[in-house]
Write a protein that binds this ligand. Structure first.
Ligand code: AMP
Ligand code: TRP
Length: 347
């Protein structure tokens, strides 16, 4: 976006470090969500920074959601967060709609962002498809709400997968324009944290497509709730090429499927792709795939088991979300108040 060039480099030194991120409760969690987002969320929680993780239900309804399924997906995502290692004592876990300040700040930001900026968002183009006239207005203006999610807490660090980079740039542009227009230094310019070996996990059926919970083929993804046999079957059937694995990263160029499986292996083992290739370079897929299956089952099965246990007590999950929402509100309220003050609303 043209304004991006004028967005100053972030000087967030006036703001204490705070992490915010969110995931939509629009279906089950995939291995992409886990490696690209949740695993990072846990690492940041353990780093001692203040961490706030949201279940963005208001974002989910930008496309149609069956109400009962939405409720279930919200609780399941909460269970997924906790099963993967987020601790409701250390991190604030809540669902977005319980803190109305998100929607209020989202409105202000929809008056700061320009239509031209939103027109460039590739996620909207992908999701709206050919029938753009029929997409919801919310699907188009969604990034202004995402900017509000982050800036409502003056968050400085946002762990996300690669696909969210453009939305983070827009968030920074909104913060910079707000600060500029009103002559304040009120909002930080949050930094995307896009790290790890698998910031973009690809479909198991097509290495050029992102692994996604909305792909019609269940064989294209590993779900966090898949059992060991299903995980093994999906990896066995994953698309590959006939060559052995290379020993150097450069050898993965032009081999999207091989690159994807090695990246997943590396991310699950907490090592770099270089290191992974030192271990598996030269192997045929017939030998590598069982290794990958075993590793995936070892890492994911305990999480799936814990999720199932947590889902037995939805009341407790609701209590956790309610408690998190109260803590989130306490941080958000003064920031929203001050924003409205700056804008010139009589308080
Ligand atoms: P979503 O499921 O679209 O709400 O995404 C939630 C988080 O998971 C975001 O930070 C995404 O960037 C991340 N994510 C989703 N799919 C993938 C993927 N295939 N690879 C890596 N990260 C992903
Ligand atoms: N847009 C993100 C996605 O589709 C979800 C999201 C909404 C988010 N608000 C956020 C991510 C704030 C990080 C911070 O994946």
């Amino acid at each position: 976006m043209s304004e991006a060039a004028t967005t100053p480099a972030a000087d967030n030194s006036a703001f204490s470090p705070r992490v915010f991120s969110g995931i939509q409760p629009s279906g089950g969690l995939t291995l992409g969500n886990y490696l690209g987002a949740i695993k990072r969320f846990v690492e940041m929680q353990e780093s001692g920074m203040e961490t706030i993780y949201c279940i963005v239900d208001l974002h989910a309804i930008t496309v149609w959601q069956e109400p009962e399924k939405l409720r279930r997906a919200t609780r399941e995502l909460c269970a997924g967060y906790i099963a993967a290692g987020l601790d409701p004592e250390k991190s604030i876990l809540f669902n977005q709609s319980q803190v109305s300040a998100h929607a209020e700040l989202g409105w202000v930001f929809s008056c700061v962002a320009r239509i031209g900026w939103l027109n460039r968002m590739t996620q909207f183009k992908d999701k709206a498809g050919k029938n753009r006239e029929k997409a919801s207005v919310g699907l188009f203006s969604y990034p202004t709400l995402m900017a509000a999610d982050i800036l409502l807490y003056h968050a400085t660090h946002v762990p996300v997968g690669e696909d969210q980079k453009q939305h983070l740039e827009l968030t920074r542009d909104i913060a910079a324009k707000f600060n500029h227009d009103y002559g304040v230094d009120f909002f930080p310019l949050p930094e995307p944290v896009i790290e790890g070996a698998a910031t973009r996990v690809m479909s198991l059926r097509d290495g050029t497509k992102k692994m996604s919970k909305s792909d019609p083929s269940d064989m294209s993804r590993i779900n966090m709730t898949d059992d060991a046999d299903t995980i093994a079957k999906k990896i066995r059937k994953a698309k590959t090429d006939p060559d052995a694995l290379p020993s150097e990263v450069a050898g993965l160029e032009g081999r999207a499927e091989a690159k994807n499986l090695v990246s997943i292996y590396a991310a699950l083992s907490d090592i770099s792709v270089e290191e992974a290739l030192r271990q598996v370079g030269g192997k045929q897929f017939s030998e590598f795939k069982p290794m990958l299956s075993e590793l995936a089952v070892e890492k994911l099965s305990p999480i799936a088991g814990r999720m199932e246990e947590l889902m037995q007590d939805p009341g407790e999950l609701d209590r956790i979300l309610g408690d998190g929402a109260a803590r989130a509100r306490a941080i958000a309220a003064p920031i929203l108040d001050r924003t409205l003050d700056i804008v010139g609303m009589v308080r």
